[in-house]
Design a protein around this ligand. Structure first.
Ligand SMILES: Nc1ncnc2c1ncn2[C@@H]1O[C@H](COP(=O)(O)OP(=O)(O)OP(=O)(O)O)[C@@H](O)[C@H]1O
Ligand SMILES: [Mg+2]
Length: 575
């Protein structure tokens, strides 16, 4: 096919008008100017096109050449992504602080590296879409599965013996087509699956406020709206480190480069408590930090989801974390402002809502074409300008995600971290998680959640009354509620990302901590009900309830049980 070429007629920041091009498609990847900057066709007019360029266009002039590539913006998928750092177009970077020279045509994968391939089919076998042809140990944590392409079925005419191959060498021929370890995928097109499944299994994040109060399932979606500095990044990083997914795709979108550099150091050092392997071995990092071209952010989100879908197709549970989707939406706004598109709310393009919906729609628990159950979970930070939670990106996102962890400025100021608000957060997965926990023999989970939320709401209401009337005028039971809610906040919901004992909390320790507070609450209520003076109850030193989360080892549930017995003894002595 002869590829079309044309010339630049106008340069407007990252938006370039071109003329003289035929047979271009919307979404097609083009190279722009003598530096061959990558760009994507936004719209077509007779004989011309509007192109958004993903790199700095300074120095670009009308009259320079532009060339079509014949394919849409696509990512190179294959073994070697895990542990790597990439830009928004999935070009490999040295580290989070580096970026590529404009026009670099670097791929994602190392073309020289040889991978040990072990076949899992025989010549002559009939295979269908996404059937596993063989495996490659990509990292110690994850086995890469080489799949039959999604649109291909037929006879295996050749399959390589066990051996070492580069990503470009054929390891099989199926129905006349050569298959290599790597392939390309257009990032804006969701990868196909056989069907959607109902979600059930909770994504255990190790963060108590999430897992106990506002949980989500594998394959679900969650957003973290919060004002400046309320802890969005830290919460998402904690989840990236400790959640029980197989593969994490972390997209740093328009955020600070040094934060990402530190995160990468942590990934390289920390071990996954489940597998004992370094967290790096399950993580793909995509960076478009605030010093990189604005429009490249727009693609990075799709690139991230595409990588996650690729591991999903191999049968894994993948999680995509996007920090921040607001910075991504800024790229949409920038692009809309420079084209003739009529802006809608606050300068965003009219399709903001459908674009957000389509992005979160790529999450889900699926039956893969190869017959596996697997999932893509999407978590996004939302950083509304000026902390205005009514602005369009926050408002639309809330409609499309199943779980919202809304970060509260006052909690953050009070150093209550993670600052997840119990009044403004929600989880549409809570019922599914309750059913799953009950089926696992953990029938108490839902009741504890209900009691905990009730305690928090009651305390909120009582505290606002107490502000008017003074605590002394409250009935004893309400004063007990204030004590217990404080224990709940300090001993369960607060969780330090920096403490070795506390940063990641196993479900057994989570349950024990919450049960401790609820039991203490009941014992205090009973004591007050039997006539113990409320002042004596308030004078009890219960500070060890708030400290035990930090003081006992991650798996030391017995220490919590001992403390519970001890405190019940102390309360008993009051009466
Ligand atoms: N779980 C936690 N444990 C300890 N400290 C925390 C925790 N969460 C947040 N913090 C504190 O809050 C600070 C700000 O957090 P973070 O950078 O995650 O906020 P952010 O909402 O992402 O900010 P920005 O709006 O600038 O992106 C951290 O540097 C840390 O001091
Ligand atoms: Mg942040």
């Amino acid at each position: 096919m002869e590829l079309s070429a044309g010339t630049i007629t106008r340069v407007n920041g990252p938006i370039v008008e071109v003329a003289g091009m035929r047979r271009l498609g919307v979404g097609e990847l083009v190279t722009v100017g003598s530096r061959r900057l990558p760009g994507e066709v936004l719209s077509l007019a007779s004989g011309g096109a509007t192109v958004q360029v993903y790199e700095d266009t300074s120095g670009l002039r009308p009259g320079e050449a532009i060339a079509a590539t014949g394919h849409p913006l696509s990512a190179e998928l294959g073994p070697g992504l895990l542990g790597g750092v990439f830009d928004g177009m999935l070009r490999r970077l040295q580290d989070a602080g580096s970026w590529l020279e404009p026009g670099t045509l670097a791929g994602a994968l190392d073309p020289e590296r040889r991978w040990r391939f072990t076949p899992s089919v025989r010549a002559g076998e009939d295979v269908g879409p996404h059937r596993v042809l063989g495996t490659v140990p990509e990292t110690d944590a994850i086995t890469y599965r080489v799949l039959v392409p999604h649109e291909l079925a037929g006879k295996v005419e050749m399959i390589a013996d066990e051996g070492e191959f580069t990503v470009g060498e054929a390891i099989a021929t199926v129905a006349g087509r050569e298959i290599t370890l790597a392939h390309r995928w257009p990032v804006r097109r969701p990868r196909p699956a056989a069907g959607r499944l109902r979600s059930g299994r909770p994504l255990v994040t190790g963060q108590r406020a999430v897992d106990l109060l506002f949980p989500l399932c594998h394959g679900s979606t969650a957003a973290v709206p919060g004002g400046f500095g309320t802890g969005k990044t830290l919460l998402l990083q904690q989840i990236a480190k400790w959640c029980d997914a197989d593969v994490i795709v972390y997209v740093g979108c328009g955020e600070r480069g040094n934060e990402l550099a530190e995160l990468l150091e942590d990934f390289a050092e920390l071990e996954d408590p489940r597998s004992g392997h370094r967290l790096m071995e399950r993580t793909v990092t995509i960076v478009n930090t605030s010093n990189m071209p604005l429009l490249a952010r727009e693609a990075s989100i799709y690139t991230g989801v595409t990588v996650a879908e690729h591991y999903r197709d191999m049968g894994y549970d993948a999680v995509v974390i996007a920090d921040s989707t607001s910075r991504w939406a800024e790229a949409l706004r920038e692009s809309a402002a420079r084209t003739d598109e009529l802006p809608a709310e606050e300068g965003y393009p009219p399709e903001l809502s459908s674009t957000l919906a389509a992005f979160y729609e790529r999450a889900g628990r699926f039956r893969t074409l190869g017959g596996e159950e697997a999932s893509v979970t999407i978590l996004g930070a939302v950083s509304p300008p000026g902390g205005d939670l009514a602005e369009p990106v926050t408002a639309h996102t809330r409609r499309f995600v199943r779980t919202v962890w809304s970060l509260d400025r006052q909690l953050a100021y009070a150093r209550h971290h993670p600052a997840i608000s119990w009044t403004d957060s929600s989880s549409r997965d809570a019922e599914a998680v309750a059913a799953w926990e009950a089926a696992e023999g953990n029938a108490g989970w839902a009741g504890r959640r209900r009691e905990a939320l009730q305690l928090l709401f009651d305390a909120e209401r009582i505290a606002s009354v107490a502000q008017l009337t003074g605590v002394e005028s409250l009935p004893a039971a309400e004063r007990v509620t204030l004590i217990s809610a404080m224990l709940l906040r300090e001993g369960v919901l607060q969780q330090s990302a920096l403490s070795l004992n506390d940063r990641n909390c196993a479900p057994s320790k989570q349950a024990a901590l919450l049960a401790l507070v609820l039991e203490v609450h009941r014992a205090l209520l009973a004591s007050a009900g039997q006539g113990t003076a409320i002042e004596r109850i308030e004078a009890l030193d219960l500070s060890d309830v708030a400290r035990i989360r930090d003081e006992c080892a991650p798996d030391d549930v017995d220490a919590i049980a001992r403390l519970q017995a001890d405190i019940q003894g102390r309360i008993g002595q009051l009466g």
